[in-house]
Design a protein around this ligand. Structure first.
Ligand SMILES: [Zn+2]
Length: 113
């Protein structure tokens, strides 16, 4: 694995690394530019899941990438049945004149009688 030196931007060589966690490794890197000579530590972490593993580790909980999550939500919304607002029976909602669309943020209709 190569990484750019943060000072001179030449390629640096990872000389050693070890597992820090199930999703991270830490190690040492050395710049290959002899005029620079920078040595530094690195940390490599796993970011997002793009495609789920066929052999998942139960200790590893990685979020799906935002792009994949957005695509899955779009697919679910396309497959969901469309609301039939025009077919609402206003009389059975206990209201007269104003249709009531059930919503989490809406107050329930007043009870009559
Ligand atoms: Zn360097």
């Amino acid at each position: 694995m190569k990484i750019q030196c943060p000072h001179c931007e030449c390629w640096s060589r990872v000389t050693s690394s070890h597992k820090a966690t199930d999703t991270a490794r830490t190690g040492y890197a050395q710049c290959t530019n002899l005029a620079c000579g920078h040595t530094f530590t690195i940390t490599v972490t796993v970011g997002f899941t793009l495609s789920p593993s066929a052999q998942p580790n139960p200790r590893v909980l990685l979020p799906l990438s935002p792009t994949i999550t957005r695509q899955r939500l779009t697919d679910q919304m396309r497959m969901a049945p469309h609301a039939d607002v025009a077919g609402l029976d206003v009389a059975s909602c206990g209201l007269s004149g104003r249709p009531w669309y059930p919503d989490l943020f809406d107050d329930p209709p007043p009870q009559s009688g």
